[in-house]
Ligand binder design. Structure first.
Ligand SMILES: NC(=O)c1ccc[n+]([C@@H]2O[C@H](COP(=O)([O-])OP(=O)(O)OC[C@H]3O[C@@H](n4cnc5c(N)ncnc54)[C@H](O)[C@@H]3O)[C@@H](O)[C@H]2O)c1
Length: 266
C-alpha cells in the first residue's frame, strides 16, 4: 500500500534550482522514490546541492535559466529525448537578498531599488510562470501530472523585522521576496482550476526557514517565533515533496501545504 501511494517509478520529474541547498535534497528524494529526474539550474555546479556526488543514470543535469523561455524550452527538449514526458514539475528556483546584499537592498522600503524589484520578481514569479507555461503546458497536453510551487512563510505573512534589529548595520528584510512568494500562491490557484480538466494538479508548498549556519542571535530570534523552537533541517521538506509529487495527494489541488514548525500559528 505504501508503494502504491508514494512510489514514483516510471515518472519523470523536473526540479528547478536543483543545485541549491534544498534542490539537492529534492533530487535525491525523487530519485530514491524511483523517478527519473532532470535537475535544472542556472549554476548546475553550485556546490550546495552536491549534485556531482549523485551516481545515477536516471539523473539529467541541465543548465537552464528559468527567466529565459528559450532556455526552458531547450531544457524540456533534453528531458523529452532522454526520459519522455515529465509528470512532476517542482518550481523550486528562487533568489532572496543574500546576507551580503547592498545597503540599499536591505535598507528602508522607501529607497528599495526598482532594479532589485525587477530582478527578484523576474526569477521568483516570472520564472515560475514560464516553467508552468512551457513544462506545465506540455504536461496538460500529454497525460497530466503534479506541479509543486515553492513559497515561504514570508509569502503568507509579513517578515517580522524585529528579528533583524540586532545587526550592526540596519537590515530590513526586502519587500520583493515577500511579494513574489505571495504571488506564487495565486498562480497556483489559477492553474489548479485552469488545468484540472487536463489532470494537472497544482499545489503550493510553503516552507519555514532552514538552518544554514546562521549566526547565534538570528537563530535565537527566529527560533523564538517557532512553536517547535528551531529552524528546519534541510531534509525536513522531503516528505512533503514526496507526498505532493505522488498519488498520495491525488485529491489535492490548488492547496497550500504549510510546513513551518508552527511559525504561522502565532
Ligand atoms: N532556505 C530557506 O530557509 C527557505 C525558506 C523558505 C522558502 N525557501 C524556498 O525554497 C527554495 C529553495 O531555497 P534554497 O534555500 O535551496 O535556495 P538556494 O539559493 O540554495 O538555491 C536556489 C537555486 O536556484 C538557482 N537559480 C537562481 N536563479 C535561477 C534561474 N534564473 N534559473 C535557474 N536556476 C536559478 C540557484 O543557482 C540555486 O542553485 C526557494 O524557492 C526558496 O525561496 C527557502
Amino acid at each position: 500500500m505504501i508503494d502504491a501511494l508514494f512510489k514514483l517509478s516510471g515518472k519523470v520529474a523536473i526540479v528547478t534550482g536543483a543545485a541549491g541547498q534544498l534542490g539537492g535534497e529534492y533530487v535525491r528524494t525523487l530519485l530514491g522514490a524511483g523517478a527519473s529526474v532532470a535537475a535544472f539550474d542556472l549554476r548546475p555546479g553550485n556546490p550546495k546541492g552536491r549534485l556531482n556526488e549523485i551516481d545515477s543514470d536516471q539523473l539529467l543535469i541541465a543548465e537552464v535559466n528559468i527567466v529565459d523561455r528559450g532556455s526552458v524550452e531547450r531544457g524540456l527538449e533534453k528531458v523529452l529525448s532522454r526520459f519522455g514526458n515529465p509528470g512532476i514539475l517542482l518550481n523550486n528556483a528562487a533568489i532572496d537578498a543574500p546576507p551580503n546584499a547592498s545597503e540599499q537592498e536591505t535598507g528602508p522600503f522607501e529607497t528599495y531599488p526598482e532594479e532589485s524589484w525587477g530582478i527578484m520578481m523576474d526569477v521568483n514569479l516570472k520564472g515560475t510562470f514560464l516553467c508552468c507555461q512551457v513544462i506545465g503546458g506540455h504536461m496538460a497536453k500529454h497525460g497530466g501530472g503534479s506541479i509543486i510551487n515553492i513559497s515561504s512563510v514570508y509569502g503568507i505573512l509579513s517578515p517580522d523585522q524585529r528579528i533583524y534589529e540586532y545587526k550592526d548595520k540596519p537590515f530590513i528584510k526586502p519587500v520583493t521576496y515577500a511579494v513574489s512568494k505571495g504571488g506564487v500562491l495565486n498562480l497556483t490557484r489559477y492553474l489548479a482550476t485552469y488545468w484540472a480538466k487536463n489532470g494537472v494538479r497544482v499545489n503550493t508548498l510553503t516552507l519555514g526557514g532552514v538552518f544554514n549556519n546562521q549566526d547565534a542571535t538570528f537563530l535565537k530570534n527566529y527560533s523564538n517565533k517557532v512553536p517547535l523552537g528551531r529552524m528546519a533541517r534541510q531534509d525536513e521538506y522531503n516528505g512533503a515533496i514526496l507526498f505532493l509529487s505522488s498519488d498520495a495527494s491525488s485529491y489535492m489541488t490548488g492547496a497550500n501545504l504549510i510546513v513551518d514548525g508552527g511559525f504561522s500559528c502565532w
